[in-house]
Design a protein around this ligand. Structure first.
Ligand code: ATP
Length: 300
């Protein structure tokens, strides 16, 4: 759905994006993760043909960008600049305007398209109120509704939960998951690890303009080959597991052992009581910390 090769952008002396090879596949919820200033927005803008690359290539829905922008963009829903809307008009009136500007579909079905988009994002009840009175979450949902008007196969969203409260973030997440279940591929940029971890199937991590990780989230979170053991007999366990305990923290031991069942049998056989036993998994935070110069700012 999105492929880039060697995608690069320089702003004078600043190398904002450096040789990116992105691969977003049909059905993905792809999380494009990076600290503020790492180059996410510049990349998204190049993908959509809003900024010209210094070098490299972009393919969007199989078509070269920006050359085929006019043909491709009607099938892509975008939320890039934050939700722009006329505050003195209602949500519905704003969507009608968007729909008219989109131009790909005729006037005849406008009312139905607008109603459907309002329904998907749950804004029917507020549709005829002025946008001025909308909360940020409602504005964000209105932005998403405008991205959905043309029933896109692909959504490209730059920081879609920026500025939302926890409730708004949850609603946006549920909405995106529902759209994905209905077959929409989603590419979203974020600096929030937790958001990407809860929503995405594939992850790309950008560090100072370079793509340092690109993989399925499940692969990144694969077991580490170590087992976390909680036991009321830690000293006895250390004795039995001679040399295999990598870390001990009170009753919690980290043991070099890939198979918790075998470890359990060994401990029980030796008379060591076991309270908890589970394979250790890496979290996205570990992956990002290992592969970048720092953790994206969770609070910013
Ligand atoms: P944020 O989450 O803060 O928006 P980002 O990851 O989207 O960050 P970009 O906005 O793409 O990062 O910026 C990447 C780098 O390019 C930064 O160093 C930024 O200062 C620089 N940059 C972006 N746009 C321009 C521009 N128009 N002119 C000069 N430098 C720019």
């Amino acid at each position: 759905m999105i492929r880039t090769s060697g995608l690069t952008k320089r702003f004078g002396p600043v190398l904002a994006v450096d040789g990116l090879d992105l691969d977003v596949r049909e059905g993905d919820v792809y999380g494009f993760l990076g600290a503020n200033g790492s180059g996410k927005t510049t990349t998204v803008r190049m993908i959509l043909g809003l900024v010209l690359a210094t070098s490299g290539e972009v393919e969007l829905l199989g078509q070269p960008m920006p050359r085929r922008a006019r043909r491709v963009l009607p099938s892509v829903g975008t939320l890039v600049e934050g939700p722009a809307a006329y505050p003195h008009l209602s949500g519905r009136a704003n969507l009608r305007l968007y729909d008219a500007m989109g131009g790909a579909a005729g006037r005849r079905d406008r009312r139905r398209r607008v109603d459907q988009a309002l329904e998907v994002v749950g804004l029917q009840a507020a549709a005829d109120r002025r946008v001025r009175g909308y909360s940020l979450g409602m504005r964000q949902r209105l932005g998403l509704a405008s991205a959905l008007l043309q029933r896109p196969r692909l959504l490209v969203l730059d920081e879609p939960t920026n500025g939302l409260d926890p409730q708004g973030i949850r609603e946006m997440r549920e909405l995106l998951l529902r759209l994905n279940a209905e077959g929409v591929t989603i590419f979203l940029s974020s600096h929030l690890l937790a958001e990407v971890e809860q929503l995405c199937t594939r992850v790309g991590v950008l560090d100072r303009g370079r793509l340092v990780v690109q993989a399925a989230l499940a692969d990144l979170q694969a077991p580490t080959g170590r087992t976390v053991l909680v036991t009321p007999d830690p000293a006895a366990a250390v004795g039995v597991l001679d040399g295999r305990v990598e870390r001990r923290d009170g009753e919690r031991l980290l043991v070099r052992a890939a198979d918790p069942a075998a470890l359990n049998a060994e401990l029980v056989h030796a008379g060591v009581r076991v309270r908890e036993l589970a394979p250790e998994r890496r979290g996205l935070e570990d992956v990002v910390l290992e592969s970048t110069s720092g953790l994206p700012g969770e609070s910013s």
